[in-house]
Design a protein around this ligand. Structure first.
Ligand SMILES: NC(=O)c1ccc[n+]([C@@H]2O[C@H](COP(=O)([O-])OP(=O)(O)OC[C@H]3O[C@@H](n4cnc5c(N)ncnc54)[C@H](OP(=O)(O)O)[C@@H]3O)[C@@H](O)[C@H]2O)c1
Length: 260
């Protein structure tokens, strides 16, 4: 799984998603993160075909939406997503949210898709430790990824340690806190020190914590900027300064308390 990719949440179906995915792939991105609920799988699929990079070099993620959870309905939702994406196989399929009473059956469907070779890796999203434990108790195949909200104001150390201990790769959504962190003073100071943008400091912090990251942008210069994080290293001391920003603050819902 690539350490870095493009997120396409709230990117419009059609021209907007097609051009941002193509720009990203041409700039060297190999991983694209979409979901059925983003309603842009068609455009992601079209862009992948037109970008001129062999399919096997790409890593495509999509997710089963809450309304489709349950065993049979997940299998059907997977086929619908694949039809839209126009792909023969998927790289990573995720359970989008831990819908009470359903996520274990949904997981069983993902195990079946994995066993049938339709998807190369299966995982979950927005799972707390107790949700992961429910899956681990019954799983034949353990979740390989947990994609969660993760940024310096929500560094989820306990969850990250649990994932590492259980061989589950953590992946950060809203790594830039949807733009809210870009004026943070500590991060702005580090930006000056390393001669990197605040976004690059945050994304590099993700990688040094062993967390895969998938920032979203529809702008070519930011798509390129966000990926330019492999030529510097944040010192341990500065990593700690960023950790100290944690406030357990979310921009999205708490997975223990959502109603969709
Ligand atoms: N599993 C889940 O439940 C879940 C939930 C939310 C998100 N996600 C995934 O995670 C991805 C990323 O999260 P996100 O889209 O919520 O937020 P994000 O990546 O934290 O932030 C995106 C915002 O930051 C701006 N931005 C991006 N790069 C920038 C830069 N270098 N400088 C200044 N501004 C910049 C973007 O604007 P422009 O586009 O105008 O550049 C956009 O407004 C999503 O796209 C989606 O794939 C998953």
């Amino acid at each position: 799984m690539p350490w870095f990719g493009l997120g396409v949440y709230k990117v419009e179906e059609g021209q907007e998603v097609e051009s941002s995915v193509k720009m990203a792939i041409q700039a060297g991105y190999r991983s694209i993160d979409t979901a059925a609920i983003y309603k842009n799988e068609d455009g992601v699929g079209k862009a992948i075909k037109e970008a001129g990079v062999p399919r096997e070099e790409l890593f495509i993620t999509t997710k089963v939406w809450n309304a489709d959870q349950g065993y049979e309905s997940t299998l059907a939702a997977f086929e619908a997503s694949m039809e839209k994406l126009g792909l023969e196989y998927l790289d990573l399929y995720l359970v989008h949210w831990p819908v009470k009473g359903k996520y274990v059956d949904t997981w069983k469907a993902l195990e079946k898709l994995y066993a049938d070779g339709k998807v190369r890796a299966i995982g979950v999203s927005n799972f707390h430790i107790h949700h992961l434990q429910d899956i681990l108790d019954v799983a034949e195949v353990k979740p390989m990824v947990n994609q969660v909200e993760y940024h310096p104001k929500l560094s989820q150390v306990e969850l990250l340690n649990f994932c590492k201990e259980n061989g589950i790769q953590m992946e950060a959504w809203s790594p830039l806190m949807q733009g809210e962190l870009l004026q943070n003073e500590v991060l702005m100071e580090l930006s000056e020190k390393y001669n990197k943008s605040v976004a690059q400091i945050i994304l590099r912090w993700d990688l040094q914590n062993g967390v895969v990251t998938i920032p979203k942008s529809v702008k070519e210069h930011r798509i390129k900027e966000n990926a330019d994080i492999f030529d510097f290293e944040i010192t341990d001391e500065d990593m700690q300064k960023i950790h100290a920003l944690n406030e357990n603050k979310r921009v999205g819902p708490d997975p223990d308390n959502f109603d969709f």
